[in-house]
Design a binder for this molecule. Structure first.
Ligand code: BDR
Ligand code: CA
Length: 312
């Protein structure tokens, strides 16, 4: 039986690739719905982009909802400097042929988690605003969460949007703090992992060489979004972030880490959104997160190429 998942996302090229990886893996994951959140770009853009991706994959049967338009307390910070004006620059997408669902994304999350037998895996590829809102509005819905798997945070690699913080956690640190305390299993894919999964020329050429529409779109998107990071880091390719959430669900043996306490800095402006990871167990704070630290990049790209190849 495939694992039932909901993807909450702020596309974002790497978000788009993550959604496509899930859609190419129906034996592993069943996508119940996609919730767009404000993050890499404002909500109208991310909600449009999520529909562009499902339309690209000819999966307009998957409902797409709009979630929260801004963080719990803070003004929205976006990342068009990385992702371009549309949030999904690099590929020329057709206008999506599917409408947004009328219900709010937070209400969809609550309803999906509140069935008597709900056991849903929540995949977070952007700020954690929607889940924090759901947990505040309907705390009992936490019972329906099988596992939370999220791209966010950093410890050994520290920050990408500030010296101390990773973007998804930085944008809505209060939401992340709510989620860290929710009492359900959490797995984090931080920069410590994603900075080792690089879009090298060879890997991008394999994806472009698939020759299908989705492979071409992924190669175009990643070719665009890697410019900023390659200039910034000087590595042989840009980090691939969000697809690791889905790759982990498909094959967790590609990753390694340990279960530790993670707390979120919310009061300091200097270190706002820092993920304080007790990796070496120097406090008595209870373990709340499986914190992944390393990955097998070749295996992840093999998986990605194979699954993208199954799409139109
Ligand atoms: C995260 O921030 C976004 O720009 C990416 O989509 C990813 O989710 C990496 O810090
Ligand atoms: Ca993202």
């Amino acid at each position: 039986m495939p694992r039932q998942i909901i993807i909450d996302t702020d596309p974002g090229q790497d978000d788009g690739v993550a959604i496509l990886l899930a859609l190419g893996s129906p034996a592993d994951v069943e996508v119940l719905g996609i919730v767009a959140v404000a993050g890499n770009a404002p909500l109208p853009r991310t909600a449009l982009n999520a529909r562009r991706i499902v339309a690209l994959a000819e999966r307009t049967d998957i409902p797409v909802f709009a979630g929260c338009a801004r963080p719990l307390l803070r003004d929205l910070v976006t990342a068009e400097h990385v992702h371009g004006e549309t949030g999904l620059d690099g590929h020329d997408f057709a206008d999506p042929t599917v409408d947004l669902q009328p219900r709010h994304g937070v209400d969809f999350l609550i309803e999906a988690l509140s069935g008597p037998h709900a056991a849903v895996t929540l995949c977070f590829l952007g700020p954690l605003t929607d889940l924090a809102m759901a947990l505040i509005k309907a705390p009992d819905c936490a019972r329906g969460i099988r596992e939370i798997v999220l791209m966010g945070g950093a410890y050994f690699e520290v920050g990408n949007i500030t010296p101390a913080a990773e973007f998804n956690i930085y944008v809505d640190p209060e939401a992340a703090a709510v989620v860290m305390r929710c009492g359900r299993p959490i797995t984090m894919l931080p920069l410590d992992v994603t900075h080792t999964v690089l879009n090298t020329r060879e890997r991008l050429a394999r994806i472009a060489g698939l020759g299908n529409r989705c492979g071409t779109a992924v190669a175009n998107m990643l070719n665009f979004s890697e410019r900023f990071d390659v200039a910034k880091y000087g590595w042989s390719g840009a980090p691939l972030h969000d697809p690791n959430v889905i790759a982990y669900l498909i094959d967790p043996t590609l990753y390694a880490g340990r279960t530790v306490n993670v707390a979120i800095e919310t009061t300091s402006e200097l270190t706002r959104g820092m993920t304080v990871v007790d990796y070496w167990g120097v406090t008595e704070r209870p373990a709340n997160v499986q914190y992944l630290r390393s990955a097998q990049a070749d295996g992840i790209y093999d998986l990605l190429v194979e699954r993208l190849g199954r799409l139109p």
